[in-house]
Structure formats: C-alpha cells, structure tokens
Ligand binder design. Structure first.
Ligand code: ADP
Length: 270
C-alpha cells in the first residue's frame, strides 16, 4: 500500500518555520482514525458558529441604545443561527447514515422522481446563480431504497454544481442504465477540482482550497453525506474533474425491475 502521511502535530517555531510531525498510516488505521476524528472535528466546527452567536448576542445587549447597531448585529445573528442549524442538521444526518441499522423507508423508487424532486428543490438557487439545469437521458428506471435520502444526495451534488459554476453556464443531469447499474450524472462546467483533492473531498469537513471555500460558507459535509447515502444503497460515487473545465459526479446504484403496475402495456401491433 502507498504510504499515507498525516500531520500528527504542527508547531510554529518562527514566522517562517513550522515543525510538522508526520505519521504514515495504512488504509484500515485511516478509517479508524477518521471515526475518532469525527467527534473532534464536529466539536471544532461547531465552536466557531456557537462562539459567533454568543458574541453577537452580547454585542446586541451592549448596543441597546443604538438601533442601527442592534439591527446590524441582529441580522448577523440570524445568519449565524441559520448556519448553525444547517450544520447540526447535516451532522445528525451523517451520523444517522453511518449508524449500522437498516434503511428504514425501503421501497421501489422511480429515478425520475428522485431527479425531479432534487432539481425542483434547487430551482431558486439555480435561478439566482444564473445557471440552467438541463435534464436528459432515460426515463422509467427504478432503484430500491429511501427516496428522501437519495433526493438529498442528488440535491447536494446539484447544490455544489450550482455553487461552483459561472453565470450563464448549464448543469446537465443525465440518467442511464448499463449492466443493471443506474447512473445519475451531474455535470457542471465550473471551476473543477485539482487532481490531488479529488479523493479527499469526500471526507468529512474536507474542502479544496480552504480560503475560497471558507468565504463561500459551505460546511464540507455535503459530499460525505452523498458518499455515505449512496454506499448505504449498495452503490458508489465516481468523479471526473479538470480544473477550469468542470466536474461530473456520477451516482451508481443497483437497478431493479419496474414495479408490476408501472410496466407499460405492450404496444398492439397493427
Ligand atoms: P462544501 O460544499 O460545503 O464545502 P462538500 O463536501 O459539498 O462541502 O464539498 C467539499 C469540497 O469539494 C468543496 O469545498 C469544494 O472545494 C469541492 N467541490 C465539491 N463539488 C464541487 C464542484 N461541483 N466543483 C468544484 N468543486 C467542488
């Protein structure tokens, strides 16, 4: 196996010198490590918005005489609270997906239903970002699973595609079946993902180009949720991307036959 180096400790010795302690860990150890890191990362990620919320609450108290200031702090407080709410919802979602129990709402799900719901949920975001979502491919395909979880997975990929695309560009959502595998591909012509980041972006809280991502206010959990959601359904996620050209994320799920009442009657011959 290739060596995997992790930073165990980073100590700043001088402004120009940082001492890194590295450890080489194997794949198995790495998974274990990630599990342990989850709690630590989660607490760390929550600390920032929680801190901001209490600071802003204090600021409102002390600015009580200045209505403009109060309004300003209050609207920032609302934004931080919303971010905290979405972060906690995503963390809970992810830990539910990782729990060992079975999917609870298992049924035959039309892929058309998944795609339609995910696209509809992102219509407003796409509109204000000036990008168009174009659907294509096969209709009438089915998979087995929890529709809500699958809609969220496709939705997270769509949200990212919109987020990282230039105004005026198209996002393609294509569906096809090949060898009893259903593929749902979300393709954008956005900023793309550097080769070195492509494996790691599926890890919790990992974000390519930290500074830029920070500013855009994501959580770094979207793709981890996608990966776990798809794995729970016996599938996998593939990624093709070139910086400056765009990215295509493909969700691959085991295909099932359409439910009996959904099979179109054979066309009568003349
Ligand atoms: P978030 O988007 O909240 O930061 P994600 O887990 O959804 O978290 O994505 C992780 C990182 O992967 C992002 O920060 C971004 O750097 C990169 N990324 C994801 N999707 C795309 C995309 N379609 N185009 C370019 N970069 C992407």
């Amino acid at each position: 196996a290739e060596p995997r180096l992790v930073v165990v400790r980073a100590t700043r010795i001088s402004p120009r010198l940082t001492l890194l302690v590295l450890r080489d860990i194997t794949e198995r150890e790495r998974v274990e490590q990630m599990r342990r890191d989850f709690v630590a990362n989660t607490s760390h990620e929550l600390k920032t918005p929680v801190g901001a919320v209490s600071l802003l609450a204090e600021a409102i108290e002390s600015a009580a005489d200045d209505p403009d200031q109060v309004r300003n702090f209050a609207s920032r407080l609302t934004a931080e609270a919303a971010r905290l709410a979405s972060l906690t919802a995503r963390i809970m979602n992810l830990s539910r997906l990782q729990a060992a129990d079975e999917l609870t709402h298992d049924r035959d799900v039309a892929v058309d239903e998944i795609v339609a719901a995910a696209v509809e949920a992102h219509a407003i975001q796409a509109g204000s970002a000036g990008v168009e979502i174009v659907r294509g491919g096969e209709r009438g395909l089915y998979v087995r699973g929890d529709a809500q979880i699958l809609i969220e997975a496709v939705g997270n990929l769509l949200a990212n595609a919109i987020h990282y695309s230039p105004r005026g560009s198209d996002i393609g959502v294509g569906v096809k079946a090949d060898d009893r595998v259903v593929e749902i591909a979300i393709a954008d012509r956005g900023i793309g993902i550097p080769e070195g980041d492509q494996e790691r972006i599926f890890e919790r809280f990992y974000r390519a180009d930290q500074a830029r991502s920070r500013r855009t206010g994501g959580t770094g959990l979207g793709l981890a949720i996608v990966k776990h959601a798809v794995q729970r359904h016996g599938g996998e996620v593939r990624l093709w991307s070139r910086p400056g050209r765009g990215s295509t994320f493909t969700i691959r799920l085991p295909q099932i036959d359409p439910p009996a009442d959904q099979v179109p009657p054979p066309r009568r011959r003349k």
